[in-house]
Design a protein around this ligand. Structure first.
Ligand code: FMN
Length: 443
């Protein structure tokens, strides 16, 4: 994830100053015996969310925490009626899209009962964050529809709609900054906590592919909680003072006492190293301080501990898949797991081989298929080639209720999704997507 340039940090600082000024002003304005302002007072703020798998709701609550001084009321869209919008002066909408450009379930009544009307909302200023995934043809379809409806009713956008692609979270920083600027408050606290790089291991020396590194970080304070599927946003503190944020899928679980990441050292076409990955894999030494925050990633968490699970990924994507495997390993009773993984060569890139074989021996991992693209031979070269090669077994697992988790690079994920659609057929594939059974963590 790319974070704001240094100028943006200055804006954030200015916003913090603005926030303090606002709190002081509100303390002066508030009646002596008065309650905190509600959404029907000029200061009040209504925060409405439409969320299918929980991400929009998480974000709404984080924004509400950051804006606590304004007295926000947080509600799913279904609990917001035209009367609430007529009474509010300012509103924030955080709206995801599900199905094929559809409204999440907790916005169905809003769509059916409120949106067909045209309440006069010219008094209402609003900000709207649309959540979506560019892999879907109707990107942010419902968020765009709500935005268009608000504009149609005469409501005034505080700033243009922000669209957040699930796989490109940098827009979130932009959203929080704009919200802070326009509502005169601080951005949601950066939430960064102090950790230390406890160890780093080069996983694939000699590989014809980019270096993969296994990093372990331990907290300097209390170990936070997280779940398999979640993400660490790591602050890259470059020697010239630049601060960047980078997202990494978490490979470990809290029970291990620390955060584990798999980081690929990247380089651009001219061979210049990626700033985030070079810092993490080369510039800092074990013992170095690192600041990070953990982020729930509802769309990649497991829906069930019991359903069969097909994990598909390549390279550093094994990280997010390992977390699910390790979670399953810690359970007494659980469903079967199948891992399909791809990299360059078996000799150098069969990373975490000992652990995977151990999980097989322990009966946690029922099937392990790997594709190595540079090994030659007639077998499947890429993970997406393994999909048609195992079509029958795949159909059987899906028929038994398996959820699919895909973690890794976007071209791999696109290839895998296309292959799955081919193998399952468009109707079954659409059903699977609609039911949220294909879960992705892609970059
Ligand atoms: C079954 C399913 C269908 C989806 N359909 C769309 C879509 O049509 N357009 C889009 O932009 N995003 C789509 N998404 C992506 C979600 O909008 C995105 O993951 C969002 O962050 C989810 O937020 P939520 O957890 O609050 O529901 C879909 C996700 C799932 C799981």
């Amino acid at each position: 994830m790319l974070s704001p340039d240094p100028a943006d940090w200055l804006i954030a600082g200015a916003a913090t100053a603005g926030w303090l000024a606002l709190v002081a002003r509100m303390a002066l304005r508030r009646p002596a015996a008065g309650a905190a302002p509600g959404p029907d007072t000029p200061e009040g703020l209504l925060i409405g969310y439409a969320s299918q798998t929980g991400f929009a709701e998480d974000l709404a609550r984080q924004d509400a925490d950051a804006l606590a001084g304004i007295g926000p009321r947080v509600l799913p869209l279904d609990r917001i009626g035209a009367a609430d919008l007529l009474a509010a002066r300012r509103a924030v909408f955080i709206v995801s899209t599900t199905g094929d450009g559809d409204a999440p379930e907790n916005a169905a009544a809003f769509l059916a009962r409120v949106m067909p009307g045209r309440p006069a909302l010219s008094h209402l200023s609003y900000a709207l964050l649309a959540l979506g995934d560019r892999d879907y043809p109707r990107f942010c379809g419902f968020g765009r529809a709500v935005d268009a409806w608000l504009a149609d009713c005469g409501a005034q956008p505080l700033f243009p709609r922000v669209e957040l692609d699930r796989t490109r979270p940098e827009a979130l920083d932009h959203w929080r900054r704009r919200l802070a600027e326009t509502l005169d408050a601080a951005p949601a606290g950066d939430g960064l906590t102090d950790w230390q790089l406890a160890g780093r291991r080069h996983l694939n020396p000699g590989s014809p592919g980019g270096g993969l590194y296994h990093l372990r970080l331990v907290p300097q304070g209390v170990l936070p909680h997280w779940q398999a599927g979640d993400i660490a946003a790591v602050e890259i503190a470059l020697p010239d003072g630049t601060r960047l944020m980078r997202d990494y899928s978490l490979a470990s679980l809290p029970a291990s006492g620390g955060v584990e990441l798999i980081v690929r050292r990247t380089a651009d076409a001219a061979g210049r190293p990626g700033r985030g990955s070079d810092w993490l894999t080369r510039q800092i030494a074990p013992g170095a301080p690192v600041r990070l925050r953990l982020r729930a990633n509802a769309g990649f968490r497991s829906r069930s501990d019991h359903a069969p699970m097909i994990l598909i990924g390549n390279g550093a994507g094994l990280s997010g898949l390992l977390a699910h495997l390790r979670h399953r390993a810690a359970l007494r009773e659980t469903g079967p797991v199948w891992l399909i993984f791809g990299e360059r060569t078996r000799r150098h890139d069969a990373i975490f081989d000992d652990e995977l074989r151990g999980l097989q021996a322990a009966g946690v991992l029922d099937r392990l298929d790997r594709a190595f693209s540079r090994d030659g031979g007639a077998g499947p070269r890429y993970v997406q080639d393994l999909i048609p090669a195992r079509a029958e077994t795949l159909r059987a697992w899906i028929g038994q209720g398996a959820d699919i988790h895909i973690c890794g690079q976007r071209p791999m994920a696109q290839g895998v999704r296309a292959a799955l659609e081919q193998v399952l057929g468009p109707a079954a594939w659409a059903d699977l997507l609609r039911a949220g059974r294909c879960r992705t963590d892609v970059y």
